[in-house]
Design a protein around this ligand. Sequence first.
Ligand SMILES: Cc1cc2nc3c(=O)[nH]c(=O)nc-3n(C[C@H](O)[C@H](O)[C@H](O)COP(=O)(O)OP(=O)(O)OC[C@H]3O[C@@H](n4cnc5c(N)ncnc54)[C@H](O)[C@@H]3O)c2cc1C
Ligand code: FES
Length: 461
Amino acid sequence: MAQIGESNEEAFTHCVAEFEAAGDIADGYEVNVSCPHADKGGILIGSDPDSVRSITAATRKATTKPVIVKLNAGVCGLEKIAVAAVEGGADALSAINTIGGPNPELSNQFGGLSGAPIFPTTLDAIARLRKVASVPIIAMGGIRGAGDIRRLETIDPTMFYAIGTALGGLTSDEIREYFEVLEKDLASGTDDATGMTLNRMLMEYHPFVVSEIDVYSDTVRVIKFHERLEADVDVGQFVFFKVGNTDSKPFSVAANDDRLELLVRDVGPMTHRACQLNVNDVVRIRGPYGHPFSLPDDRLVVFAGAGVGIAPVHYAAQVHKGPKRIFIGAVTADELVYLDSFRSLGETSVSTDDGSAGFQGYIAQLVEKALGEEDLANPIFLFCGPEPAMRALDEVARKYAPPEDIFHVVERYTSCGIGICGKCSIESGERTCVDGPVHSAATFSPGISHRDLTGKKVRYD
Ligand SMILES: Cc1cc2nc3c(=O)[nH]c(=O)nc-3n(C[C@H](O)[C@H](O)[C@H](O)COP(=O)(O)OP(=O)(O)OC[C@H]3O[C@@H](n4cnc5c(N)ncnc54)[C@H](O)[C@@H]3O)c2cc1C
Ligand code: FES
């Protein structure tokens, strides 16, 4: 099912035409005329019955497949809009979309309230829609399990249901198990699946005060805070970091012993603001995110980190109490972050692209050269860096260990961080933010393709 969120009739039909031309990709189309996040459209067009009728009719003409119109409960005259969608040719309605007011976290600065708190609004909207619309309805908005579904069934026992936010933070395996349990709940009158959804506040920020800043180069800093993350942090886990009242971005935990430390490279607006921070400035941080992963202390671990990939490698090397061999790489000597700390943790070798320190060349070349001269007993490998570098490291490591013992910390574009948007997904379909970010080479090959900021798959050169 392809969901289209656009701002006018032409744009909706253009998207449908693109999908139809691309082959048998979509079984049908959900016309989202109600998303408060959509720039120049969304809930604005979804508030006007005439726009909804004409957009639905145009989409209907562009395909023979089912057209479902998605409505928002936050509009005036919901019933009139539903009737307009049906008059335009909608095969079904879905409701409700996220609600809420101004929200600087979102790209369109508006909306974002979803999950259990909006379920009463969903119940009310579905009851109103059922009275005026003869087409099937897909109910959504805060459904957590069979208990909620039974309440909706009192309105219409033939309803369809969609579950979204309740799955936030669950791994792919947990989601599969959730639906197996839900099927049983629906058959047997129980409500066990609801208890499998995460009840903690995944999106809650905490204030952190900058205590110290280590400046490595014009663009690279380690920012240290007075506070530490109170929750246990596992290898590869990351936080969302927000400077001021704008969007937040993901950063690997570089240290969290007595205080949290983040390594930041200035590459764009948010990281630029982070690099302008001063001691005593207050920022907001939430997390940690990512699936728990740890390294066995009785095994030798070969760590290799390049660029900002040094951050999770530093954390992993700090918490791994067993034998270790460490490789770090940077473009120049200035950016060999945490070098002294790495040296205090174990034997450390460095590479720089320009030869200003250590081996001149790429980190994979250094690792290959060093390991060629050493006899390693049953090693595990943990890598992080740009994916082309991880690909080269992966090829070297396969000479010394099976893929199950080679691990990559994957830092794909990450928007939601809780498994909802799919932007961070790897080729297996796993989402790095909840199934990773640590993935074994048995299921993940770095440096082949990734998804860009729009979610489109892009091959590495
Ligand atoms: C799990 C995870 C951990 C990360 N840890 C760190 C860290 O410890 N230190 C650090 O400096 N950065 C880290 N990053 C990358 C960091 O999140 C981005 O640099 C940041 O989001 C850029 O935000 P911006 O607003 O400054 O720039 P944007 O305008 O958002 O991006 C600037 C440029 O960087 C590119 N870019 C942004 N994010 C990524 C990405 N994930 N992969 C490839 N290219 C990207 C964009 O395409 C653009 O060209 C991590 C990313 C992930 C997913
Ligand atoms: S699914 Fe949204 S960032 Fe991972």
